[in-house]
Design a protein around this ligand. Structure first.
Ligand SMILES: [Zn+2]
Length: 76
């Protein structure tokens, strides 16, 4: 499997575009744990975000897709 990396529009942190087309202004991205379940970005958080549309798990530093969880748990 090739490494997927999401797109970054401009150089802004909040300008992510997921491979599914999701953007922060639409469904958005939220902090999650390693399995893709949404969590508060507290101590121990590993810097991962989950795409709220497709469940891809994204590393905020490299923008690499590190996994996918279609059935991830949302906080709200
Ligand atoms: Zn997505």
């Amino acid at each position: 499997m090739t490494q997927e990396i999401i797109l970054l529009e401009a150089s802004e942190r909040d300008a992510w575009i997921c491979l599914c087309g999701n953007e922060p202004q639409s469904d958005g991205f939220y902090p999650c744990d390693k399995t893709g379940n949404e969590m508060e970005p507290v101590t121990g958080w590993s810097g991962l975000y989950v795409c709220y549309r497709c469940g891809r798990i994204i590393n905020q530093d490299s923008l690499a897709v590190v996994g996918r969880n279609l059935d991830f748990k949302k906080l709200k």
